[in-house]
Design a protein around this ligand. Structure first.
Ligand SMILES: [Zn+2]
Length: 341
């Protein structure tokens, strides 16, 4: 109904819809990538499964974006029509060994958020073993230089569950003491990366997804433009810097098929999308999960939806079995089961 009102106003309905709904951004969280299928688990996927996920996203028209792309969007640049963010936490060396070639083959990019203490250890004692090693400063520089990875800050040494949960406030700790501890830790890794790799990240991944009170402002003051949690939700990005903080992410366990995982995210568009068609404007809005994606589609185009919802209007359309969009005789609202591919 809101869209109808926007259409009646007669100017830039699609742009208005974008302004109203924001850009939908799903974020996927990977950790370790290992070849041995017996080692897959909640935080380990095989290279084959990673490749399958990324190929699926590419086939569905998703384009991978980084924190830098999001910051640029807030500052006025465009985002792809269907952005997705691929993230890897903890800075496993196997991300370089196995994930980088897959990103290169599929022409995609990702964010890897490193833990400073791990990087220090493996820079002092290089031991490039994909089974357990973490990225050294040289590895991080190589990933950044590849143009396929943006580097994120995953704390210098707060990737622990004691004495505090990640970088959250300790029980009984004053807010002033907490602020000092959080800022010193995040800043330390920023400075080390600047010194050893020549850049400071603009994205912060909260260890264990624990978001401490007041940390958005602290991160902004430290120069970060974006932060990541582990809350499983799809995000909406606006031209507002605050909308880039505490982004939700979906952990990718190794034991789910690509199709099952994407369905969980609401990205299995061909199975779950809803479509609303307005004949007068040819405007179509497509729902993915709980989010609305504005589109422009000609009447008669085959829709990819299995569930279709048709709203009444001056000359309404319906999406029939097989996903074909065509006019109907009178205003009606209908929900159809099963449809396109
Ligand atoms: Zn982590």
């Amino acid at each position: 109904m809101l869209l109808c009102l926007l259409l009646a106003a007669g100017c830039g309905p699609l742009r208005a819809a974008v302004a109203e709904t924001g850009v939908v951004l799903p974020v996927i969280m990977y950790h370790s990538v290992l070849k041995d299928p017996k080692r897959t688990g909640r935080y380990v996927v095989t290279p084959e499964r990673l490749r399958s996920d990324l190929a699926y996203l590419k086939k569905e028209g998703y384009v991978a974006v980084t924190g830098g792309d999001l910051v640029a969007y807030v500052q006025g640049a465009d985002l792809p029509e269907k952005p997705v963010m691929i993230t890897f936490d903890d800075g496993h060396y196997n991300n370089l060994r196995y994930a980088l070639p897959i990103l290169e083959t599929l022409d995609m990019k990702a964010v890897v958020s490193v833990v400073g203490a791990y990087t220090e250890e493996y820079s002092r004692h290089p031991d490039p073993n994909p089974n357990y090693a973490y990225l050294s400063y040289d590895d991080i520089s190589a990933l950044a230089a590849s143009g396929r990875f943006e580097i994120g800050n995953h704390s210098f040494d707060m990737h622990r569950q004691s004495p505090r949960m990640g970088s959250d406030r300790k029980p009984g700790e004053s807010q002033a003491d907490y602020r000092a501890a959080f800022e010193a830790d995040a800043r330390r890794l920023q400075e080390l990366l600047q010194e050893h790799c020549g850049f400071a990240p603009q994205i912060y991944a909260y260890p264990f997804g624990a978001v401490g009170e007041g940390t958005k402002q602290m991160l902004q003051e430290l120069g970060f433009g974006c932060s990541l949690t582990c809350r499983e939700k799809v995000n909406r990005i606006h031209r507002d810097p605050d909308s880039l903080f505490s982004l939700g992410r979906f952990n990718r366990p190794g034991d789910m098929t690509t199709e099952a995982f994407m369905e969980k995210l609401g990205l299995a568009i061909s199975k779950t999308a809803d479509i609303i068609v307005h004949n007068d404007s040819k405007a179509v809005r497509e729902r993915v999960g709980n989010a609305w994606l504005p589109r422009e589609r000609p009447a008669g185009e085959r829709a990819t939806a299995a569930l279709a919802e048709v709203h009444s209007g001056a000359a309404p359309l319906k999406v029939s079995r097989g996903g074909r969009v065509r006019p109907i005789q009178r205003p009606r609202r209908r929900r159809l089961l099963r449809g396109g591919p």
